[in-house]
Design a protein around this ligand. Sequence first.
Ligand SMILES: NC(=O)c1ccc[n+]([C@@H]2O[C@H](COP(=O)([O-])OP(=O)(O)OC[C@H]3O[C@@H](n4cnc5c(N)ncnc54)[C@H](O)[C@@H]3O)[C@@H](O)[C@H]2O)c1
Ligand SMILES: CC(C)[C@H](C(=O)O)[C@@H](O)C(=O)O
Ligand SMILES: [Mg+2]
Length: 356
Amino acid sequence: MKIAILPGDGIGPEIVAQAVKVLNVLGESFELETAPVGGAGYAAHGHPLPEGTLALAKAADAVLFGAVGDYQYDNLERQFRPEQAILGLRKNLGLFANLRPAILYPELAGASTLKPEVVSGLDILIIRELTGDIYFGQPRGVRECPDGPFKGQREGFDTMRYAEGEIRRIAHVAFQAAQKRDKRLTSVDKANVLETFQFWKDIVIDVHKEYPDVALDHMYVDNAAMQLVRAPKKFDVMVTGNMFGDILSDAAAMLTGSIGMLPSASLDANNKGLYEPSHGSAPDIAGKGIANPLATILSAAMMLRYSLNREEQANRIEAAVKHVLAQGLRTADIHEAGTTLVGTEAMGDAVVKALG
Ligand SMILES: NC(=O)c1ccc[n+]([C@@H]2O[C@H](COP(=O)([O-])OP(=O)(O)OC[C@H]3O[C@@H](n4cnc5c(N)ncnc54)[C@H](O)[C@@H]3O)[C@@H](O)[C@H]2O)c1
Ligand SMILES: CC(C)[C@H](C(=O)O)[C@@H](O)C(=O)O
Ligand SMILES: [Mg+2]
């Protein structure tokens, strides 16, 4: 089994190093190969997604990804910006299904910014469509405004679009995920305003006919954002488009105590996948050794479960994470009075130790 390791930028290399330590003590003979991506790819090869990196990702059985992005690259032409690397990987590998499980470990109930009674026992799954929507729709760009009061001025524009087949396949993933859980699915849209999302809703309703055992409801995205902080435990599985899913999953991250706790799996139709924490490269804390590596370590667990067929190893890692939290070890983002503050490496070492 070959795993492509793409650490990326900012805290990426620090947190991925911890997940690699964990993978290395499982007693499996995985072949790990590392390649630069994002700003690191641009610095090494003049492109955020160098050819060799893409080839490695395609050839591997799974990809473990850190994060990309750094302010120093923000003024580059868009095609050279670090973020194009993750977008290019998702598109090139056909990773249309993004699973972002927001689980509150009981020990972190006090770390959330929400009241413990609102979040304790939280276990929701956000399924974000990942290769369509306004993220990839054409045309896009800056042009001369063709009409209206601003006619003749420059205007920026993007295109929101979803093909029927794109909606159907993510709806199937979502219904099937719900079948394995509490059998409740909330489809999040903006059907009251956007044609794309009325179409989305109509297709989801049609796919529902094949899953009569799942209770489906629909929610507008603005209300969903509100309900996520008001009564998040009411949700089981949520499915939504690329942009709404990006925003809602960051909001859901805070329910778990910190964005440093939210892993993700990005899957193709055959469960080949890329695994990354839901957060970014956190340039504000990069190089300080204080980033929380648990979202990345938990992403490695998802990789073992979904792509490498090692459910037991995934369970071992998740149990080890629970153990270190129960021991009271906390990185700065989840630290509270009465717990022990540790850095990135010490947290990684503690998970390794807990694996026994
Ligand atoms: N998939 C990705 O690679 C990805 C995802 C999101 C953002 N980004 C990029 O990351 C850069 C920074 O973006 P941003 O600041 O909006 O989002 P971010 O997620 O990097 O950081 C947001 C806040 O959360 C904190 N944070 C994030 N991860 C943490 C962790 N593991 N432990 C402790 N604290 C953590 C950061 O310090 C920061 O205060 C940008 O270039 C952005 O494009 C990349
Ligand atoms: C870095 C960026 C392209 C990415 C996204 O918007 O999908 C990130 O925010 C994420 O959530 O993975
Ligand atoms: Mg995001």
